[in-house]
Design a protein around this ligand. Structure first.
Ligand code: HEM
Length: 75
């Protein structure tokens, strides 16, 4: 079964500081539409470890985000 934003991706983003902080920079990580629209940019920051700024995600989380993109970004 394909990964979904609601079940598999949204829980990876902490309400604080991820969602709160990034709203100040024009990206609502709690919004399916916004995360889908900017998925490649988001993936790039996760992959190079620059986001979240308090510590890179472990590889399996980054891989999960990538898999969600590759599977078509289901809601
Ligand atoms: C398009 C993708 C993203 C861009 C361009 C971006 C850009 C930025 C910028 C410019 C800042 C403020 C300066 C800095 O602290 O480096 C920031 C802060 C932050 N971002 Fe992102 N970000 C992206 C994605 C994400 C994602 C996916 C997460 C979480 C998984 C995240 C978590 C945070 C956090 C926690 C801060 C903390 C700021 C603080 O300590 O005040 N960001 N981001």
């Amino acid at each position: 079964m394909a990964l979904s934003f609601a079940t598999d991706i949204r829980p990876l983003f902490r309400d604080t500081p991820d969602v709160d902080s990034m709203k100040d920079y024009g990206l609502d990580l709690s919004s399916y539409a916004e995360v889908k629209a900017r998925a490649q940019d988001i993936y790039a920051t996760l992959e190079d470890g620059s986001m979240p700024c308090d510590g890179a995600w472990p590889e399996d989380r980054v891989a999960r985000f990538k898999r969600w993109i590759d599977e078509g970004m289901a809601p």
